[in-house]
Write a protein that binds this ligand. Structure first.
Ligand SMILES: [Zn+2]
Length: 315
């Protein structure tokens, strides 16, 4: 459920030496956490994930680097400790862990209006009430670039929802775009998604990523609640074990070269740590289960994503 991508940043940007000459940026991605807060026999829960994140933060602190923690959606549906609070406990945990941004998954709509009713009972009930409340509590943005409000024809503009975000890490600008699967809303309660449609991923990302580049982004990351599957992780450039017909691979193939650097995927609950069309893609199963190796203080080699050198873009 977690992947780490280490990017070595080098050189001062545009001749400005306000940024350090080089630093290590660790990107940590989670997906399909599905409300797993506590450790269980076959999964770590956010308590174990947070320990890992803290360890990486400490390592980056010691070497002058930085960490971005990004989620790819389906954060809170699935456990008693989350569902009893309609995901409030998960957002509190994400806030404590210092997430940078999160994509919106299909299960984010499951709780309907705020309160016990799972779907609206009257015209005054907001079918997205619980989701909006969670977003208002979050100290990180919910990214939904291709979730379109049919009444405006534009991405939803609810409080703390936005298509993308540009973050500044040690004077290096990093853009993050969030999208969901084209079929996401067919896997959600229809009464809670009325008036919403999902726009095609590739053209949405292309537009947002270009805008981020124009705004100075050196690195562009996509967090996508859309997925795929590979089964062999020995060689990140060997995609022969991957189902390349799956949505996230078709997306990577459709994007212009050099526009997007990394994709955090989700939704399918499978594993990916591969390059497609020059873009590294990672996803890490679901429910924090891929972290169980940490109980022996060892990260399985299969969990380590490719290391990508971005020096050339920075010079
Ligand atoms: Zn999903």
């Amino acid at each position: 459920m977690i992947r780490i991508l280490t990017i070595f940043l080098a050189a001062c940007l545009l001749g400005s030496c306000a940024a350090p000459s080089s630093f290590i940026l660790s990107l940590i991605g989670t997906n399909d956490v599905h409300g797993e807060l506590i450790q269980k026999p076959d999964r770590g829960g956010l308590v174990i994930v947070s320990g890992y994140v803290n360890a990486v933060r400490k390592a980056r602190e010691n070497d002058g680097g930085a960490v971005l923690l990004i989620d790819a959606g389906d954060m809170w549906q699935g456990t008693l400790e989350s569902n009893l609070t309609e995901g409030e406990s998960i957002v509190a945990a994400y806030n404590a862990m210092g997430y940078t941004a999160a994509a919106v998954g299909n299960h984010e709509f499951d709780f309907g209006p705020a309160g016990p009713a799972p779907i609206p009972n009257s015209d005054t009930d907001d079918p997205r009430g619980a989701l909006k409340q969670r977003a208002s509590e979050a100290s990180f943005p919910f990214l939904a670039a291709n979730l379109i409000d049919q009444s405006t024809g534009e991405p939803v503009a609810w409080d703390n929802f936005q298509p993308s975000v540009l973050v500044n890490v040690k004077n290096v600008k990093i853009g993050i775009v969030g999208v969901m699967s084209r079929g996401a809303l067919t896997h959600a309660i229809a009464a809670n998604t009325t008036g919403l449609i999902v726009a095609p991923l590739a053209e949405t990302i292309e537009r947002e990523a270009q805008a981020l580049r124009d705004a100075g982004a050196t690195i562009v990351i996509v967090t996508a609640h859309a997925g795929g599957k590979c089964v062999d992780f020995n060689d990140p450039f060997d995609t022969s074990s991957c189902d390349l017909g799956k949505e996230i691979f078709r997306l990577a193939e459709a994007l212009p070269g050099g526009l997007v650097d990394h994709i955090f995927a989700g939704h399918e609950h499978d594993g990916i740590a591969h390059f497609v069309n020059g873009i590294s893609i990672t996803t890490s199963y679901s429910r924090t289960q891929a972290l169980k190796g940490l109980t022996s203080n060892r990260i399985p080699p299969s969990l380590l994503s490719p290391i990508k050198q971005l020096n050339s873009r920075l010079q």
